[in-house]
Design a protein around this ligand. Structure first.
Ligand code: NDP
Length: 255
């Protein structure tokens, strides 16, 4: 057993939604493990600022700004990365959003927006990437699910539906692409202190409930997702396929 099993040296990793939050933490972690990371999001200036910090640490980083909810834009973005940077070895489907409203009042536009960002994007980006991985007979697909891939929760029904679907998409991808030496797995984060949870963090009662509901007794820090992402990106996980790895301080293991 050697630590080189976890090395990502020479690998190219595209991480969607990586200008901030969990995506940025994963980009920093994968680049530290040796990967050339490609940052994605809709705000080019934000991505360039994040890239500056990563390259200042002597690591390889590029920027590919595109909206993951538009299939043609995704295909063009992936084609450009492959032509200008090289073959994508690792894809992390991380871009996501959340909207809250009681189900009976949930606006249909909100439903479509959440589905487009959290689910349709995973189809577009994964298809564009895996059709190029299949002939190369290697690749790692990691999709960011959630504890909501497993649990229901009021007022965020499109979010839970999208994250549940990400879990099942991961299993289907494992079934179809395993024979091409492509592993598709997912990570299920618990509650982490990022922009998506700004309102929840500000709500003291809710924030305390998260800590008491979680066996770890606290919210997660984004750097605590890095180990799982490196494992699922590396040779260490070559016989792990279709798995949803919860990184939630134990939340989904207990009631
Ligand atoms: P943030 O809101 O901080 O980050 C979301 C990222 O997604 C941003 O970088 C945003 O970039 C990007 N993004 C959103 N829409 C698009 C789009 N259409 N095209 C490209 N990029 C897009 O949240 P987190 O970092 O917390 O979330 C990351 C992932 O982790 C999400 O999938 C989320 O559901 C999941 N997750 C988070 C948990 C948490 O507790 N924080 C728990 C469980 C899962 P920009 O707006 O600049 O385009």
């Amino acid at each position: 057993m050697s630590l080189s099993l976890f090395s990502l040296a020479g690998k190219i990793a595209l991480i969607t939604g990586s200008g901030q939050g969990i995506g940025l933490a994963l980009a920093e972690g994968l680049s530290e493990a040796g990967a050339h990371v490609v940052l994605n999001g809709r705000d080019k200036a934000k991505l360039e600022a994040a890239a500056k910090t990563i390259s200042a640490a002597g690591r390889k980083v590029s920027v590919a700004a595109f909206d993951v909810t538009d299939q043609a834009t995704v295909e063009a973005g992936v084609a450009t990365i492959e032509a200008e940077i090289g073959p994508i070895d690792i894809l992390i489907n991380n871009a996501g959003m959340q909207k809250r409203a009681p189900f009976t009042e949930f606006p249909v536009e909100g439903w479509h927006e959440v589905m487009a960002t959290n689910l349709h994007s995973v189809f577009y980006v994964t298809q564009a990437v895996t059709k190029r991985m299949v002939p190369r007979k290697r690749g790692k697909i990691i999709s960011i699910g959630s504890v909501m891939s497993e649990l229901g929760r009021a007022t965020i029904i499109p979010y839970t539906a999208s994250k549940g679907a990400v879990k099942m998409m991961t299993r289907g991808l494992a079934a179809e692409l395993g024979k091409h030496n492509i592993q598709a797995n997912a990570i299920g984060p618990g509650y982490f202190t990022t922009e998506i949870n700004k309102a929840l963090i500000a709500d003291e009662a809710f924030s305390a409930w998260v800590s008491s509901r979680t066996p770890a007794g606290r919210w997660g820090e984004t750097k605590e997702l890095v180990g799982a992402a490196i494992f699922l990106s590396s040779a260490a996980s070559d016989y792990v396929n279709g798995h949803l790895l919860m990184v939630d301080g134990g939340l989904t293991a207990v009631v």
